[in-house]
Design a protein around this ligand. Structure first.
Ligand code: NAD
Length: 480
């Protein structure tokens, strides 16, 4: 029986087929024991009218092999096409996106020769849920959903990653000074789980100043764990300042499946010219080889690749006059790595990959007993171009007895009962209603909305204002 590990491979779009061909040639020459199943995803599938860019047979292969080496895909702009990357991560629940960034100075030019940073990005939640709506003529919204299980598993993964790979410090980036509920939950879970890892140094940065610090002094960080959007942006910055976005690979890890890729896209302008750097995808393939337990092959590939960089054999994106010895194309770069298989770098640090004697202790989510939930009020969002005073008068005339307007806000800022004439008004108002005593009920909410409908008030959505175990779990409008 074959001892090969079945893997699913997609050659992708743009530069994808060229860098995949180079990557597969290198890892097979190094002795990777894999059986390749090729699937077609991306542009060709989108162009057949499938707006997800992937067909049923491809899912079947992915769910069976559970290991996916994927070249970049072009997401068609506009109209109804869904990002295949986001879909794959979410369908297969690949919750942890791990992106290592390392400087290879002086062979790859960088201002940060000591940079050696890993970004662990939450991969399924946040604004990437893609729940967007136009609510009024002037206002659109994107829902930011953050869950406790989502936070717990990514934060625990990051701490376990630190232990597994002997990393000393984990930094959490959030914007919880503004988003106290969503980013606040991520930070809270970081502190809670962090208490179980006293051996790992821990810190939290507000993401704006943290990003500035990372761009200026990346060597101050070891491993960073953060939410989806911040992780996406930070990792492109980290790739760029380490030397080239063409050099970094990433793994997308789930509880049963994993996907490996380059961090860059399909660079369509470079396609078909044999110029693209295959290193990012090759780095993804090295992470894959480690994941499937072929540490010896991964080590052989990585040391040959480091030797190639050190020998100055460079693709155009990292070529530097005086440092590089040869400017090569994609195929020739692969040939150069293959010719060095079995060799080690002499100036860059040689790598040693060994199976770990311990496995990550990721556990499974344990749902807590439900909190005591009380419905204290409701936000009714209204599409209206009337002045807040007019809207308030209209609503007060029809609200059931015992319901009062607490405040009206516009884009989060209070505009009733008091306002500044300078405050700009859109056509999207949030009317906060509370009972004059006691709690609200679902039946009362239905009565409120019924009355508003009869009065012709265009309510567009509601949000319940709840307290969980006695703690109010909603933000106050600004200026209140
Ligand atoms: P990109 O990463 O494809 O390219 C940006 C620029 O970076 C290129 O023009 C090129 O100069 C350089 N570059 C990128 N990879 C390189 C490589 N391997 N070698 C040499 N130079 C390289 O970003 P983009 O132009 O914004 O996106 C192009 C397409 O890729 C879009 O359709 C986008 O949706 C898609 N995309 C896919 C993925 C993915 O599949 N994981 C990720 C990001 C973007």
């Amino acid at each position: 029986m074959s001892q090969n590990v079945p893997i699913t491979v997609a050659h992708g779009d743009g530069i994808g087929p060229e860098i995949m061909e180079a990557t597969l040639r290198i890892i097979q020459a190094a002795g990777a024991k894999i059986d390749i199943e090729t699937i077609e995803i991306g542009e060709a599938v989108y162009n057949r009218g499938n707006n997800a860019g992937i067909e049923e047979s491809a899912w079947e292969s992915l769910r069976r092999t559970k290991v996916f080496l994927k070249a970049p895909i072009t997401t068609p702009q506009g109209g109804g096409f869904k990002s295949l990357n986001v879909t794959t991560r979410k369908m297969l629940s690949l919750y942890a996106n791990v992106r290592p960034f390392k400087a290879y100075s002086p062979y790859v030019e960088t201002k940060y020769p000591d940079m050696d940073l890993v970004i662990v990005r939450e991969n399924e939640e946040d604004l990437y849920a893609g729940i967007e709506h136009q609510q009024t003529d002037e206002v659109v919204q994107c829902l930011k959903l953050i869950s406790r299980p989502g936070c717990e598993r990514i934060v625990r993964y990051a701490f376990e990653y630190c232990r597994q790979y002997n990393r000393k410090k984990l930094t959490c980036f959030t914007k919880d000074n503004i988003m106290k509920q969503t980013d606040g939950l991520f930070h809270k879970v970081f502190d809670e789980i962090g208490a179980e890892y006293p051996d790992i140094e821990q810190e939290h940065w507000i993401v704006d100043i943290g990003a500035a610090k990372m761009s200026d002094t990346p060597e101050a960080f070891d491993v960073i764990v953060t939410l989806n959007l911040y992780g996406d942006i930070l990792s492109d910055i980290a790739g760029q300042i380490a030397g080239s976005v063409g050099l970094a690979g990433s793994s997308n890890i789930g509880t049963s499946c994993a996907m490996f890729e380059a961090i860059h896209g399909s660079a369509p302008r470079r396609a078909g010219q044999n110029v693209a750097n295959p290193s990012g995808l090759l780095q993804g393939a090295v992470l894959m080889l480690i994941h499937i337990g072929q540490h010896d092959v991964a080590q052989k590939v990585q040391n040959a690749w480091l030797r190639t960089l050190e020998d100055g054999v460079h693709t155009y994106d990292i070529y530097q006059e005086g440092q590089s010895t040869e400017k090569v194309g994609t195929k020739e770069f692969a040939d150069a790595v293959i010719a060095r298989l079995g060799q080690s770098p002499t100036k860059l640090k040689e790598v040693t990959y060994k199976p770990s004697s311990t496995s990550m202790q990721l556990g499974s989510y344990i749902r807590k007993a439900p909190a005591k939930k009380e419905l204290k009020g409701i936000d009714v969002f209204v599409h209206s171009t009337e002045l807040p005073t007019t809207l308030a008068d209209k609503m007060l005339a029809v609200l059931p007895a015992g319901i009062k307007i607490d405040a009206i806000s516009n884009r989060g800022i209070v505009v009733w009962p008091h306002s500044f004439p300078e405050t700009f008004l859109t056509d999207h108002h949030r009317v906060r209603l509370f009972p004059t005593s006691g709690l609200l009920t679902h039946a009362k909410v239905a009565e409120i909305l019924g009355n508003l409908a009869t009065a012709g008030i265009d309510f567009i959505k509601t949000e319940h204002l709840c307290a969980f175990d006695g703690v109010n779990a909603f933000s106050s409008p600004q200026g209140k």
